[in-house]
Design a binder for this molecule. Structure first.
Ligand SMILES: NC(=O)c1ccc[n+]([C@@H]2O[C@H](COP(=O)([O-])OP(=O)(O)OC[C@H]3O[C@@H](n4cnc5c(N)ncnc54)[C@H](O)[C@@H]3O)[C@@H](O)[C@H]2O)c1
Length: 253
């Protein structure tokens, strides 16, 4: 028996990176997966690759109508919602607060905080009768600051607050809510941060230098923690902050 047999999962930010890895893993473990992202082409390609147990719903997580439609379409297609990975996120710009564009601050908060809140609002409603598991992707930037990433750092702290609120509210309905806190994971987001920090072109994983395990994590290493938290193996886990960061949060070597 696979870990997610018979379960239905919504995954946001599923077109690439951590979300795409989780989509493949969850489907391999028996789940039916509804994939959501703003990048329509790779989203449709991933759903086609996974096959009958996947469907794609192009969704901007900042748009309330679209998020409600995502949950409605999941129920129409697969019958219910047992799991949600609220994983879509953007890094914003790399600069000190004094140079940070207010419009970019608003955009980061809209995707990373409002997007998660809207996901909670509609997914928790859908889970009200049968319970479920919600996993939110925070970051090591959710428990301490990352230099010159103020909006991102604020957003990833904020979703820990949302997670704790949702864990309290959802507990009577057996809705478990947790965060995974990755860093640094080898995805397009890290490549973008490297480029903005002037580190592009290095082939020595520059943002892993000095960290305990001294390498980038793979998206699948985050997806495996998401799988644990989403599955019934984590039946007593709610309201938790789970690091998957190669030791970054412990300190530098
Ligand atoms: N890569 C890392 O080192 C790292 C570290 C800590 C946390 N995270 C978090 O992990 C999550 C996944 O990031 P990733 O590393 O896979 O990066 P990624 O950029 O590869 O994936 C993010 C996905 O979110 C999607 N997205 C962005 N805005 C959206 C919107 N408005 N609506 C729907 N989808 C949207 C993107 O199109 C993309 O497919 C993010 O929340 C990110 O903040 C990543």
């Amino acid at each position: 028996m696979s870990k997610l047999d018979g379960k239905v999962a919504i995954i946001t930010g599923a077109a690439r990176g951590i979300g795409a890895s989780a989509a493949r893993l969850f489907a391999a473990e028996g789940a039916k997966v509804m994939l959501a992202d703003v990048l329509t082409e790779p989203l449709l390609a991933l759903a086609a690759e996974i096959g009958d147990n996947a469907a794609a719903c192009p969704t901007d997580v900042t748009n309330e109508v679209a998020v409600k439609a995502l949950v409605d379409q999941t129920i129409a297609k697969f019958g219910r919602v047992d799991i949600a990975l609220l994983n879509a996120g953007i890094e914003g710009q790399v600069s000190p607060i004094t140079d940070y564009a207010p419009e970019m601050f608003d955009k980061v908060i809209a995707v990373n905080v409002r997007g998660v809140w809207l996901g909670l609002k509609y997914v928790m409603k859908a889970m009200e009768t049968k319970g479920g598991s919600i996993v939110i992707t925070s970051s090591t930037s959710g428990i301490r600051a990352t230099l010159n990433l103020s909006a991102y750092t604020a957003s990833k702290h904020a979703v820990i607050g949302l997670m704790r609120s949702a864990a309290l509210e959802g507990a009577p309905a057996k809705i478990r809510v947790n965060t995974v806190n990755p860093s640094p994971i080898d995805t397009p987001m890290i490549a973008s941060l490297e480029a903005m920090r002037g580190l592009a072109g290095h082939n020595d994983q520059p943002m892993a230098q000095g960290t305990p395990l001294g390498r980038y994590g793979e998206a699948i290493e985050v997806a495996k923690l998401m799988l644990f938290l989403a599955s019934d193996d984590a039946s007593f886990c709610t309201g938790g902050v789970y690091m998957v960061d190669g030791g970054v949060s412990a300190g530098r070597r």
